[in-house]
Design a protein around this ligand. Sequence first.
Ligand SMILES: Cc1cc2nc3c(=O)[nH]c(=O)nc-3n(C[C@H](O)[C@H](O)[C@H](O)COP(=O)(O)O)c2cc1C
Ligand code: SF4
Length: 523
Amino acid sequence: MSATGTVRIYVPKDACAIACGADEVAEAIAAAALTRKQPIEIVRNGSRGMLWLEPMIEVVTDEGRIAYGPVEAGDVDGLFAAGFLTGGAHALRIGKPEEHPFLAKQTRLTFARCGIIDPASYADYRAHGGYKGLERALQLGPAEIIEEVKKSGLRGRGGAGFPTAIKWKTVADAKADRKYIVCNADEGDSGTFADRMIMEGDPFELIEGMTIAGIAVGATKGYVYTRSEYPHAIWAMEKAIEVARAHGMLGVNIAGSAYSFDMEVRMGAGAYVCGEETALLDSLEGKRGTVRAKPPLPAHKGLFQKPTVINNVLSLTAVPHILADGGEFYANFGMGRSRGTMPIQIAGNVKFGGLFETAFGITLGELINDIGGGTATGKPVKAAQVGGPLGAYVPTWQFDLPFDYEAFAAKDALIGHGGIVVFDESADLAKMARFAMEFCSVESCGKCTPCRIGSTRGVELMDKIIAGERVEANLATLTDLCQTMKLGSLCALGGFTPYPVLSALNHFPEEFGAPPRRLEAAE
Ligand SMILES: Cc1cc2nc3c(=O)[nH]c(=O)nc-3n(C[C@H](O)[C@H](O)[C@H](O)COP(=O)(O)O)c2cc1C
Ligand code: SF4
């Protein structure tokens, strides 16, 4: 409570919280406070990431912030009656959010401020360590910024895990009159929502990350490419860009330095393939999103044929921390060549779904069973698809797999953008494998034959196998087809579709009417 007796209440403006009724809860709180002549200030924050508790509201009390959730508009009168403004007891009382085990077990670097600050407030961002990374970047200059990112071991969080420093160095070394920073915020993978959450909950962090990238490579213009299904993220980003500009942190001579950088948000029309970096660039140029052949790499000829850094939201939002705390600090977290933290998204049929940021190395079993609490249905877990629609189905007997790019690759699986979709024992893996092929046929950009034709033939083959028609012969043809798609596709949409298909077949052959065996697309 402030000196004036005004109580501050945080009600998330996160899309998930809004979908669960956060706007109605905010209105009900405002109305109830007015009736009681109780001065309050409602701050619309981002989500803390405990999505099963949304809308989770927080009241600032003498003890600190006390959370209640999941709150419905109809609970508000009861909360006032229970004295929630001073942290009173109530069935929905969670206590201090940071002491909740789901949050207490995390290592939050990228998401450190998400759910805590007012996303639209520059002062709040600054008060919580914002722009420290940029300040240091301005002292260091381009070459040393890239050196710091190199030391951190940061790898692209969009899926491929490519070292960020190498990409930046290539663009920095390219000679051109204009260069661009493009943020890939298309977030098309199933079970992923981290990009959206950070854009809604801490948009200045992305602005800071992109600005540092601009200084490092000599780019003066940035674009955030995101999807039309993310109106709240677009609103939050545009608002923050406006505020950053007003504070001299975007535009000409940022923070009074010799560097200039500005940015804007662009909205795609919702094709999965437009998340692929070159299709995204075509879409950004106003064309139909079609995959470009490489070379040339976007780092040499990207947006409007100019050298372009294209990075995922999570790669760019890791950068302010790397600059503020040093690359070595960041590299201290993780295992093997997977350094730092990963914001993991736990979704699907799971009890405690949400955003869990932790160092690489945690096992899949810990994430799904210990942190996620097993399935929401209470039935045994059967498998999890990790890494979006192109990721493998990982069976429970592989749940000791550590979250690490190389460990997953060794099992023909991938981490991708860190999305985990959990399935219980009732899931029909043959249907899921068929869906993977169908998804590829629907979303294919049509540029190359293995993907365009192969995925359609793949669906037909799957239908025959599921119907019990010449199972052995059709499985052999499917294996051959998967090999062709893996080796002959121009991009990972066609090239990785075999992973969910073959993982389902390998781990659950009986669901396809096949004897237990290991099917592998020959390398
Ligand atoms: C079909 C397809 C869809 C993709 N979708 C996304 C996406 O939604 N977001 C993303 O960051 N990367 C996506 N990627 C990966 C990008 O092509 C690219 O690797 C990434 O933007 C590079 O950024 P990073 O190095 O920071 O990961 C996709 C790739 C493919 C083949
Ligand atoms: S693999 Fe599919 S999506 Fe990728 S270029 Fe070929 S046709 Fe297009």
